[in-house]
Design a protein around this ligand. Structure first.
Ligand SMILES: C[S@@+](CC[C@H](N)C(=O)[O-])C[C@H]1O[C@@H](n2cnc3c(N)ncnc32)[C@H](O)[C@@H]1O
Length: 392
């Protein structure tokens, strides 16, 4: 392993490669060592200030080590303890000390500590069993006292696919809490919005619109990523537009937010370079029945607004409904589809490009007329195509 310090970043699950690109772009001499579920492992000599500035990262950890082949059987915790005993804890603890000496917050040293664990998959033991085994090992090594609430030092363990990743928490609160942000009922967390904005890749001089912006996470992150773009945002709820304006002011993002109906945006045809938006999932906002009518209307409006060659990045949990619209769309090409996981749901994010030639739904060609008829999503067809209920 290189002498350059190694860190773990927790990042939006499903968008790890995008977060890794941001790290390489923005941290000095950054080398990505591994990308795994919701985490990237990297080495960099960056300062804690530089690391805190990354927008796609939730939390930072000092890397301790990886334990391979952790059995799913009852011997798992014991196997983990034996592997953890061989890891370089002193180096990681030194990095924790260095972080806090620059970060300014007072910590007890020797610290009070705790272990937290997350597991993915089936195991013959609980997360508590893993925490207990690792806690006992550290207590034997350093004689640190345990404190479960607000510890000075927290060891984080993630077990996935038989491999355990161990780190010491450097940012106890997710970085997005540092911003004085007001989120609406379906507000996206800033690191997810930042990663989705990176998928859009806004360019200088572009006009970019979020027609259903809620409290503004997507347009704000887009404006931060490319301040030379013109970013417009709208929502039907005036209270959410107030929040979006407040949030933009908090982070110094230049967005223009208005109340509007996203099915009839007051902008000229083909006057927009890109759309970035998070459609109502039909759980907390709207319903699946409403979406069956709303989504086709929105797609028609996006088609009207975006210039040929332009782009759209759309986040939705209504995968089947949206996919069906895209499959039948004469005007859009699907470039990328990723599943994102957060808060117990796994919406999809789609990157589409607007085709150059506009087929008119009422055109004279019988083929175009047939296509236009197919593009209309009729209720009877949708009834059978969807499970009856969805989570919010
Ligand atoms: C999933 S939420 C967007 C959340 C947003 N990304 C955020 O971070 O707060 C969808 C939004 O669509 C808005 N909406 C639903 N139908 C609309 C319509 N016809 N016109 C404008 N906004 C609409 C809702 O008010 C809601 O804020």
């Amino acid at each position: 392993m290189s002498a350059t310090p190694v860190f773990i970043a927790s990042v939006p699950t499903g968008l790890e490669s995008i977060a890794a690109d941001e790290a390489v772009e923005r941290l000095p001499d950054c080398r990505i060592i591994e990308k795994r579920r919701g985490r990237i492992i990297l080495s960099t000599p960056a300062t804690h200030r530089e690391m805190r500035r990354l927008r796609t990262v939730f939390r930072w950890f000092a890397f301790v080590g990886r334990a391979a082949d952790v059995p799913a059987a009852a011997t798992g915790p014991e196997h983990l303890r034996r592997s953890a005993e061989t890891m370089d804890w002193d180096a990681a603890v030194d990095r924790w000390r260095a972080w806090w000496s620059h970060g300014g917050a007072a910590k007890n040293d020797p610290p009070h500590f705790r272990v937290t664990a997350s597991r993915f998959g089936e195991h013959a033991y609980t997360s508590m069993d893993l925490m207990r085994e690792l806690g006992a090992m550290l207590n034997a090594r350093y004689a640190w006292p345990v404190r479960l609430k607000e510890p000075d030092l927290e060891v984080d363990l993630q077990l996935h696919d038989g491999e355990a990743l161990l780190g010491i928490v450097l940012t106890p609160r997710s970085l997005h809490h540092d911003r004085n942000w007001t989120a609406g009922p379906t507000g996206l967390k800033a690191p997810i919005a930042a990663a989705v904005a990176r998928l859009l890749a806004p360019q200088p001089g572009e006009r970019i619109v979020d027609p259903l912006c809620g409290s503004g996470a997507l347009p704000i992150e887009t404006a931060i990523l490319e301040p030379r773009a013109t970013v417009l945002a709208g929502d039907q709820e005036a209270a959410l537009i107030d929040m979006a304006r407040h949030n933009a002011a908090q982070v110094g993002a230049a967005i223009e937010a208005s109340v509007w109906d996203a099915r009839h945006v007051p902008l000229e045809e083909a006057s927009v370079d890109a759309i970035i938006t998070d459609l109502p999932f039909g759980v907390r906002v709207g319903s699946h029945t409403i979406n069956r009518h709303l989504y086709p209307a929105l797609m028609r409006e996006f088609t009207r607004l975006v210039r040929p060659g332009g782009r759209a990045v759309v986040l939705t949990l209504e995968r089947r409904l949206f996919q069906r619209l895209v499959d039948r769309a004469a005007h859009w090409t699907l470039r990328e589809h990723r599943r994102v996981t957060y808060g117990g749901i796994d919406p999809s994010v789609y990157l589409l490009t607007r085709k150059s030639r506009m087929a008119k739904p009422d055109g004279s060609s019988p083929m175009l007329r047939r296509h236009a008829a197919r593009t209309r999503i009729d209720d009877s067809e949708q009834q059978g195509a969807h499970p009856p209920a969805r989570r919010s």
